[in-house]
Ligand binder design. Structure first.
Ligand SMILES: C/C=C/C(=O)SCCNC(=O)CCNC(=O)[C@H](O)C(C)(C)COP(=O)(O)OP(=O)(O)OC[C@H]1O[C@@H](n2cnc3c(N)ncnc32)[C@H](O)[C@@H]1OP(=O)(O)O
Ligand SMILES: NC(=O)C1=CN([C@@H]2O[C@H](COP(=O)(O)OP(=O)(O)OC[C@H]3O[C@@H](n4cnc5c(N)ncnc54)[C@H](OP(=O)(O)O)[C@@H]3O)[C@@H](O)[C@H]2O)C=CC1
Length: 447
């Protein structure tokens, strides 16, 4: 039995759940990994010069043992998230520390502590096997998986699953991730695959869409409301392309920040009217490595007022971090909210606290999404209210190049990876619905 037999079953029109259940599992499969032996390979290099193509491997790995409450999924497609860039450059720390720590939780979690890390936090595919205690899913189900892994044994996480003390991001802080032909997930990560999307389109939104949903829309985030002005950094990138859609769909006004005319055009194609090209306008929020320039914050704020007709922003959707955070705090309106989920340009932020407390602003930390938020975010995709922002698709063996593109910020929206799917465009089950949304689905393609 090989993965080829699994693919044949998925592609045959008449394979039943019983047929999938009867398929013997292969002994091994191909997976994108980083190696524990490589963790020091980039020592001394600048972040920019650490090259994912050198650290990312395509390996044949054994199929992990299936535990209670878990599922093995045949992965048709996955996508590159920035967390896989961090893993591949071993910043801010090596993810093998996460696997070692997880391995100490129980006999079952020991499986994760290996000298290789199978990465990837998105997938679209087909359930192959479910472990004891799983009733909601069965072999043959077409699914996507969100990346929240929790143990749920502590009451701390019972109201908001992101607060579980054993909260982890699957494929980043756990092993057996989605950039592979087979993945191991907890069954409560599974959600129905949107029927009108191909495998690679369905695999694209998951992580960033759920994160943007909690960060911007949820009561656990900024609770955006109709009429809000929302400043969105990196509006044509992974997170930003979903934040922009949420702002528009929710009756808010996005002010989209991008770094080129091409990206500005993408933001406009999504429906945004207020766009700032940070490169063309030449903002330099830092005079040098240690000193910010409040005059530049003010110039940026003036530009926002010019675009909005004199208003400041209610919400800043933050993730670049050190480079932009001082400006983000400054340009937020009195009583407004800066909601942050990352620090791509550096995690030691500096801002002038007078502008925060005197103007009663709030900073909210946000991370991925709880079970319910991830489900709600996927539901919006399945209903055709939010669309994938897939631009380019790579083969599994070219994942290193895909991660390099994202690391160097030469991509748009989301970058997809075909795992078992032999070509793009497969897996669409609702052609009629697809036809209704085809322009939106293809907005980011081949640009
Ligand atoms: C969905 C996608 C998401 C993304 O893309 S996010 C971007 C990528 N992610 C990242 O860049 C984050 C990577 N992670 C990290 O950098 C680290 O992961 C953290 C900085 C988040 C945490 O570091 P750590 O070393 O794990 O945490 P500690 O809590 O500082 O150290 C653990 C020890 O410190 C003790 N401790 C914690 N809080 C306190 C306290 N308040 N007072 C005293 N001690 C404390 C703990 O108990 C524990 O102890 P003991 O080592 O003995 O187990
Ligand atoms: N905590 C969480 O749950 C999550 C955190 N993240 C983190 O968020 C960050 C962004 O992820 P994602 O959106 O997928 O990444 P992308 O690279 O797809 O998009 C980020 C965008 O941010 C903009 N940007 C990058 N650097 C700067 C800068 N110095 N100043 C201003 N803008 C900048 C770029 O747009 P442009 O050049 O056009 O301005 C870029 O396209 C990563 O660090 C990631 O790890 C992501 C998802 C979940």
């Amino acid at each position: 039995m090989t993965v080829k037999d699994i693919l044949d079953a998925i592609q045959s029109k008449d394979a039943t759940s019983a047929d999938f259940a009867a398929l013997p599992l292969p002994e091994s499969y191909r997976a994108i990994t980083v190696h524990k032996d490589d963790t020091e390979m980039f020592a001394g290099l600048e972040t920019r010069d650490k090259d994912p193509r050198k650290s990312i491997h395509l390996d044949e790995v054994p199929v992990p043992e299936l535990g209670p409450g878990e599922a093995l999924v045949a992965v048709m497609a996955s996508s590159v998230n920035y967390n896989s860039v961090w893993t591949s450059i071993f910043e801010p720390l090596s993810t093998f520390g996460f696997l070692e720590r997880y391995g100490k939780v129980s006999e079952l979690t020991k499986r994760h502590d290996l000298p290789y890390h199978i990465i990837g936090s998105d997938l679209a595919g087909v359930v192959l096997r479910t472990g004891p205690g799983v009733n909601a899913w069965k072999p043959g189900d077409e699914v996507v998986a969100h990346c929240l892994s929790v143990e749920l044994e502590s009451s701390d996480g019972h109201n908001d699953t992101m607060l579980d003390p054993e909260q982890r991001i699957w494929g980043f802080e756990t092993n057996f991730g989605g950039l592979a032909e087979i993945a191991l997930v907890k069954s409560n990560q599974l959600m129905p695959k949107p029927a009108h999307l191909s495998w690679e389109e369905a695999a694209a939104p998951g992580l960033v869409n759920s994160t943007a949903y909690r960060q911007l829309v949820s009561r656990n985030g900024a609770q955006m409301k109709q009429g809000d002005n929302v400043l969105i950094w990196g509006a044509s990138g992974g997170l930003g392309s979903y934040a922009t859609q949420f702002a528009l769909a929710g009756g808010a006004t996005p002010i989209c920040v991008v770094s080129s005319e091409q990206k500005a055009e993408i933001a406009r194609k999504m429906g945004a009217e207020l766009v700032i090209d940070r490169t063309a306008e030449g903002y330099r929020f830092w005079k040098d490595e240690h000193t910010q320039d409040p005059k530049e914050w003010k110039r940026f704020g003036k530009r926002i007022r010019e675009l909005t007709g004199g208003e400041d922003v209610d919400i800043v959707f933050e993730h670049p971090g050190r480079e932009t955070f001082g400006a983000s705090v400054y340009v937020t309106r009195k009583g407004g909210t800066i909601v942050t989920c990352a620090s791509t340009s550096g995690y030691q932020h500096e801002y002038d606290n007078r502008y925060l407390w005197m103007s009663l602003k709030r900073i909210i930390g946000s991370h991925f999404a709880n079970y319910r938020e991830a489900w709600e975010a996927n539901r919006l995709v399945a209903k055709g209210k939010i669309h994938p922002t897939l631009s380019k698709v790579y083969s599994l063996q070219d994942t290193g190049q895909a991660a390099h593109d994202v690391h160097r910020n030469v991509h748009q929206g989301k970058v997809g990876v075909l795992c078992l799917a032999p070509e793009e465009g497969l897996g669409v089950r609702d052609e009629e619905m697809r036809a209704q949304h085809i322009d939106a689905i293809n907005r980011f393609r081949n640009i």
